[in-house]
Design a protein around this ligand. Structure first.
Ligand SMILES: [Fe+2]
Length: 287
């Protein structure tokens, strides 16, 4: 079965996060990867080497922008100059879409350089929806927002995370990035069932999938992006591909980054699940 996304945004295939340690390899080999995702902030307010590399890579590969400091859940005013810089970068590299996370990253003008969770209740939902609408008006495109990895819950939360995200997306008309590793990490940390989490997830708004490795500390998991994807996360990915149809899929590897080919081989493991979804589609039934 394929549930098309509401905007007709393309299935880009299998991509990798663009990281500085791989710049030279990419320019020397032009590897057969389908697309790259960039951390938007790394290419804003710079005319140095990062943007020099990015301009060349963007000529050959589709680019998706993924940010870490929009702070859409914050109580600070919307940072309009920042959004305009994002928009300019998106135009420069012809970004297929751009997004950030369901989180806040700073307050009182201070960037905490981390992804902080928001309480899930009616008040925070209204707050997020209003801000997403404003951001989308400025950016003139749908925001693609990612479910976070979380390590705590709020007493003031009255709505489950997947319900909050579904309502937030519906009411703001934003797109979603479904990070299946984050689903696993969050569910482990809060003793939830990841399959229940995915029950009813609004796949018609999902335009991208993230895969990643994490660190299992026994009592909890940390979203470290420093290892291979574990089998349980691959199984969640298989389920999503089977239920939603193929989606642009990106592997995040951000710490202890190995050689390009190691990361590339890891994301190519996704092919077997994507082909399975495609074969099922052609046969006219789900798997
Ligand atoms: Fe992610």
């Amino acid at each position: 079965m394929t549930i098309p996304n509401r905007w007709g945004l393309p299935d880009l295939g299998l991509g990798m996060g663009l990281r500085t340690v791989h710049y030279q390899h990419i320019l020397e080999h032009w590897p057969s990867i389908d697309w790259f995702e960039i951390i938007s902030e790394n290419y804003i307010d710079t005319e140095g080497r990062p943007i020099w590399y990015l301009d060349q890579i963007a000529e050959r590969y589709p680019i998706v922008m993924h940010g870490v400091s929009m702070s859409i859940g914050s109580t600070d005013p919307i940072d309009v100059p920042f959004l305009k810089k994002l928009k300019a970068l998106a135009e420069r590299v012809n970004a297929v879409w751009l997004g950030d996370h369901v989180c806040w990253t700073g307050v009182a003008g201070i960037n905490g350089h981390d992804l902080y969770p928001v309480p899930y209740n009616e008040e925070s939902l209204r707050h997020m929806v209003d801000r997403i609408r404003i951001a989308q008006d400025i950016l003139e495109r749908p925001l693609v927002l990612e479910n976070p990895s979380t390590y705590l819950t709020f007493r003031s939360s009255t709505i489950s995370e997947p319900e909050f995200i579904a309502r937030m997306a519906e009411e703001s008309d934003c797109a979603l990035l479904l990070d299946v590793n984050n689903v696993y990490v969050t569910c482990r940390n809060h003793d939830l069932d990841p399959n229940e989490y995915l029950e009813g997830f609004p796949y018609d708004r999902v335009v991208q999938i993230h895969l990643a490795g994490h660190t299992d500390k026994g009592t909890h998991c940390i979203d470290t992006h420093d290892d291979h994807v574990i089998d349980e996360v691959w199984e969640l990915y298989r389920r999503v591909m089977a239920e939603a149809g193929n989606r642009a899929t990106l592997l995040e590897w951000d710490d202890k980054i190995p050689q390009f080919e190691v990361v590339h081989d890891e994301v190519r493991k996704a092919e077997r699940f994507r082909q399975a979804a495609t074969a099922s589609e052609e046969a006219g039934h789900g798997i």
